[in-house]
Design a protein around this ligand. Structure first.
Ligand code: FAD
Length: 331
């Protein structure tokens, strides 16, 4: 399809067009699209739910959108197609008594995007369960299977953002899960999650899922109602000296120690501290319940949201001497 409106295909609901738009529901149909792309010398974007993307202009290439949505569970291994809605996979596996993904309930988007930025929430990351990823090579047109280790996962990071950027179209992902039992390693290290789980009657994977959904629904905007892409910025990593400098001025700074001896400072806390929480520039605003989330209050353009993010980055840099980097992909 040509000159395709993208408003419904990005959770910021930014109204841009893409030159071409094509869905694939099988490996074969993807290879046909790749041929078309090559013949017409088109740049491409693989787009799942558009929940981690900010379009700032029309896309002058082809958007490739997976709609394949099979989930096959064999023992404790679940293999899901790229087009499966992420939360459908979590719901399916939890309802079968298989644990591993429950803390990642209700994260918007598709299975195919989960390894790209190694989605994470409430102390768990996709990498903890990913066994392998299968992708089609854009140049060599071959089917590749790489292990979780070969994906080089990091904090919101993977090989798909570096060496394999624009080279891999993820087709399916396998997850190694754990059947719930007495010695199942529940992760309720987050105080709010622990409290909610106990309110629900005690720890179980289905209660962790319910609690996660409750907490997320109360804090984060529902993209169907208020456009956003979740956390807009990454939490910056700093050395101890830098943190100490900030602590001497702001004793209440929110931070987390990392295994490498550095610290992660809460970007949301810094944004709140600079007075941006709840503020807007036109129709682009900082969410009033979670300062890390930028929202589209109406008809904001991608440029409006980008301007807001630039103003926030400017103020955070002036106040803390730290440059915030977006978690969202800006196109
Ligand atoms: C309200 C809200 C809350 C959120 N909360 C969280 C959270 O708690 N934790 C978290 O980690 N994220 C969170 N996010 C971000 C988002 O949900 C994740 O990044 C998710 O993985 C995006 O999935 P998607 O299918 O929409 O990806 P898209 O936005 O469509 O794409 C993201 C990137 O992945 C690439 N990609 C997508 N599919 C494929 C594929 N099949 N093959 C190759 N590349 C592909 C795209 O090219 C792009 O680079 C949140 C977003 C929203 C809107």
């Amino acid at each position: 399809m040509e000159n395709f409106p993208m408003e419904k295909y990005n959770t910021f609901h930014v109204a841009v067009n893409s030159k071409y738009f094509s869905e694939f529901d099988s490996d074969e149909s993807l290879y046909e699209i790749l041929d078309f792309m090559e013949t017409n010398k088109l740049s491409h974007l693989v787009l799942g739910g558009g929940a981690n993307i900010l379009f700032t202009k029309d896309f002058d290439g082809i958007v490739i959108h997976p709609v394949s949505d099979n989930i096959v569970v064999d023992g404790d291994i679940a293999v899901a197609d790229a087009g499966v809605v992420w939360d459908k996979l979590v719901e399916t596996t939890v309802s079968m008594g298989l644990g591993g993904l429950e803390n990642l309930s209700l994260i918007p988007g598709t299975v195919g995007a989960a390894p790209v930025q190694n989605i994470g929430a409430y102390g768990v990351e996709a990498k903890d369960s990913i066994l392998w990823v299968e992708y089609a090579g854009v140049k060599d047109r071959k089917l590749h299977r790489i292990s979780g280790k070969e994906c080089k996962f990091g904090y919101r990071d993977s090989i798909f953002k570096h060496e394999l950027k624009e080279e891999a179209v993820i087709l399916r992902v396998a997850f190694k899960l754990t059947r719930e039992s007495e010695d199942y390693p529940y992760n309720v290290e987050y105080g709010a999650l622990r409290a909610k789980v106990s309110e629900l009657g005690g720890v179980s994977i289905s209660n962790i899922r319910k609690a996660t959904i409750d907490i997320r629904s109360s804090k984060l905007p529902d993209p169907a109602i208020l456009g956003s892409a979740g956390s807009f910025f990454r939490n910056p990593e700093v050395a101890k000296e830098k943190l100490d400098g900030i602590k001497s001025r702001f004793s209440e700074v929110v931070y987390f120690p990392l295994e490498n001896g550095n610290y992660k400072i809460s970007a949301g806390w810094m944004i709140e501290k600079t007075g941006w929480k709840g503020r807007a520039i036109g129709n682009a605003a900082v969410h009033d319940k979670q300062a890390l989330v930028l929202v589209n209050k109406g008809f904001a353009t991608g440029q409006d949201i980008l301007r807001l993010s630039d103003s926030i980055r400017h103020d955070v840099e002036n106040t803390f001497g730290i440059i915030l980097h977006p978690e969202v992909i800006i196109l």
